[in-house]
Design a protein around this ligand. Structure first.
Ligand code: SAH
Ligand code: SF4
Length: 332
């Protein structure tokens, strides 16, 4: 699907025609223009040529947790993955990729091992959500939340990310408060986001309580260290008054000891800061922390006055969990 081509085809036509075409894509969730009832045969044929709606996706569903992953083949043959995460209360979150691969090479992340192939276009991000919207519509269900936490660094592809969010918000009618973007700490992106007049959520991948350890795990820390990232986050909070979520992967023997918790507490004991402890999905480099160590870590943070939540991960058996994207299927 290419919305720029769609608008080109509709140039010179009355405005309501654009609205009708958008409804076919975002309300009817059609995968072929022939499903449209309100457009002429001639126009439908033209649109099928210039803006085909088919999304080439192969779906994998995990046995135990109902998590689904789609492997999408893009127009140039490259492949990306997106994940559908069901919640107990009936909501569904889609985890969107923003790049094919990622240039930032975090040690713990499977996507980082691929390097960067290219940025995704905003259409390709919208398609990931559309794919699952169509899939759920068959059971009368809907996507309710979108997180930009798939493959890639969203703030190295800022404009396309924001453009896709506008469509997902306006046309797929997913509330801005139900959309989150996660960054490894690209300052410019955090700054730009604080000037957007949208109530989307910001998450920061922190994963270590000091620069020495963070630089070992995340090479980007050598340029954008913890102090710089937190200073930018503080500006964001002043401007937006919104909460910020700090993601912290629990990696066995690396960053999960009581001394790390105390060090982390000193950074995180601030208004509107929240820590999200994430169970590590094993890759070939690291192991997950034991549940005993996670519990202890959490208790220390709480005793120290830090707001903490915990994220369990789903879909390990189909490698659909965070940081496992790109582990197996993708040919590079
Ligand atoms: N590049 C952005 C967004 C994509 S990564 C970022 O780094 O924030 C999305 C999340 O998955 C990040 O918090 C990342 O640290 C986490 N992640 C990476 N590898 C993981 C793994 N093996 N297990 C669990 N989470 C992982
Ligand atoms: Fe890129 Fe995020 Fe993976 Fe780091 S964790 S390599 S920034 S996708």
């Amino acid at each position: 699907m290419n919305l720029d081509n769609l608008y080109k085809v509709l140039e010179g036509q009355p405005k309501y025609r654009t609205q009708q075409a958008q409804d076919v894509i975002f309300k009817k969730l059609a995968s072929d223009w022939s499903e449209a009832t309100n457009l002429s045969k001639e126009l439908k044929e033209k649109l099928n040529k210039e803006c085909p709606l088919e999304i080439k996706g192969e779906i994998f569903t995990s046995q135990n947790s109902e998590t689904s992953k789609v492997l999408i083949t893009l127009i140039d043959g490259l492949q990306i993955e997106s994940v559908l995460l069901p919640h107990k209360d009936g909501r569904f979150t889609v985890c969107v990729s923003t790049q094919v691969g990622c240039p930032l090479a975090c040690k713990f992340c499977a996507t980082g091992k691929m390097g960067l192939k290219r940025n995704l276009d905003y259409n390709e991000m919208i398609e990931q959500v559309l794919f699952f919207s169509r899939y759920l519509a068959k059971e009368n269900k809907k996507v309710s939340n979108v997180v930009y936490m798939g493959m890639g660094e969203p703030f190295l592809n800022y404009d396309n990310v924001m453009k896709s969010i506008k469509y997902i918000n306006e046309y797929l009618q997913i509330g801005a408060r139900r959309i989150s973007v996660s960054t490894s700490g690209i300052l410019e992106g955090i700054k730009k986001l604080s000037d957007e007049k949208m109530q989307i959520n910001l998450a920061i991948s922190l994963h270590a309580p000091n620069d020495k350890l963070r630089s070992e795990l995340m090479p980007i820390n050598k340029g954008f260290n913890i102090a710089k990232v937190l200073a930018e986050v503080d500006n964001y909070i002043i401007k937006t008054g919104r909460r910020v979520m700090f993601e912290y992967l629990m990696i066995r023997g690396v960053n999960d000891q009581p001394k790390h918790a105390l060090e982390l507490a000193d950074l995180m004991r601030k208004h509107l800061y929240m820590v999200n402890l994430i169970s590590y999905n094993p890759t070939d480099v690291f192991k997950a922390s034991s549940s005993k160590d996670i519990k202890k870590f959490r208790e220390i943070l709480e005793q120290e006055g830090v707001a903490v939540t915990q994220r369990y991960s789903f879909g390990q058996d189909i490698e659909a969990a965070c940081g496992q994207l790109a582990n197996k299927n993708i040919k590079v």
